[in-house]
Write a protein of this length. Structure first.
Length: 353
């Protein structure tokens, strides 16, 4: 009998003869093990692709900006991980190494004190990528030095860094550490002229930074900022909620620990706001950060009697969540408003008129 006939006969026997309970259980266990192995391999491949994409973005930044800016990839330290996978392992409890990008305009007069912009990226898991290229170019043209931190949880640095995420927690301190690193490293930067600018989750970083470190920033801009995680968990999908309740993340959903979600939400921390000049933008047709989140933030600031902030609610501006990060006329006009607001406080060499 040929091998193919033997295989066919065995297959027929396996179909004809029902499996016993023990055999079924063993088969289920093997299937489950294979599924876990396949999932692990897919996650590993995804992180490898993220690393590759990160390297491609590095090339783009150096090629695009090398003529107008000194570009560097640096690293410094933030607080230790909130959760250590193995608390007794060698190196457990060490400060976490944080990468960042630094862009310094080539025609900057380094003999004089100059302003600094801290630019945290958006996304639950994302990084400082080519989507920021034109925004970065506009800042460099004005004479700003820019530091863009790749805070814990950012993609492109492997699974361990990805799973170090501490949304609205220690990642905020990573962004503050980027400010401190830049001021310690570049002696031409003026500690009294530091601004922080961010959109979406980067906007959350802006708000929490000026709440936690009110004396560290001269001005701030928060575009379509994530503002209320409790409300956000209510209108987002289950898949989005699962990101936050993962073991390496917050570890619980809002139903299980509503106080933890309050602690990480700007609109529930407005009592810490000390009047840092702040501009907030939102858009009524935002498909990511629903306008209700930002309205809740503004109402909370007003109810607490806070002053020093300005806001503008755009009505159905084309582009939704990205409305003023596009290349449209409206987007450019909105950014001129932003640059004028921060320029009044930071006084760059070539301010927008």
């Amino acid at each position: 009998m040929t091998h193919s006939r033997v295989a066919a006969a065995l297959l027929a026997m396996s179909v004809a003869a029902p499996l016993g309970a023990g055999a079924v259980a063993q088969e289920d266990t093997q299937t489950s093990r294979l599924e876990r192995l396949l999932q692990s391999q897919m996650e590993s491949m995804r992180h490898q692709m993220d690393v590759l994409n990160r390297r491609l973005d590095d090339v783009m930044f150096f090629q695009r900006f090398s003529g107008i800016a000194d570009v560097d990839v640096v690293s410094f330290t933030g607080p230790p991980r909130r959760r250590e996978p193995n608390p007794t392992a060698q190196g457990a409890g060490n400060p976490l190494r944080i990468p960042a990008y630094v862009f310094i305009p080539k025609r900057l007069d380094r003999s004089r004190k100059q302003p600094l912009i801290v630019l945290p990226h958006d996304g639950v898991h994302s990084n400082f990528n080519t989507a920021y290229a034109h925004l970065l170019g506009e800042l460099l043209d004005q004479g700003y030095t820019v530091v863009a931190p790749e805070y814990r949880g950012s993609t492109g640095y492997g699974r361990g860094f990805y799973e170090s995420i501490d949304y609205g927690g220690l990642e905020i301190e990573d962004t503050y550490a980027a400010r401190s690193f830049a001021l310690e490293t570049y002696d031409f930067l003026d500690p009294a002229r530091v601004g922080i600018v961010g959109w979406s989750h980067g906007g959350l970083h802006v708000l929490m930074n000026i709440f936690e470190h009110p004396d560290a920033y001269a001005v701030a801009y928060a575009g379509v900022p994530v503002s209320d995680l409790i409300a956000r968990m209510g209108y987002k999908t289950q898949g989005y909620r699962d990101l936050f309740s993962a073991d390496y993340h917050i570890g619980k959903d809002a139903f299980e620990d509503v106080e933890e979600y309050r602690r990480r939400s700007p609109s529930w921390n407005v009592h810490k706001y000390r009047g840092t000049p702040l501009l907030i933008h939102t858009n009524t047709n935002d498909e990511d950060v629903n306008v209700l989140e930002v309205e809740r933030l503004i109402q909370a600031l007003q109810a607490a009697g806070k002053t020093g902030f300005e806001y503008k609610v755009y009505q159905d501006a084309p582009g939704g969540h990205l409305f003023n990060r596009l290349d449209t006329r409206l987007a450019r006009e909105s950014r001129v408003e932003i640059w004028r607001f921060i320029g009044q406080r930071l006084r760059p060499e070539r301010p927008v008129r």
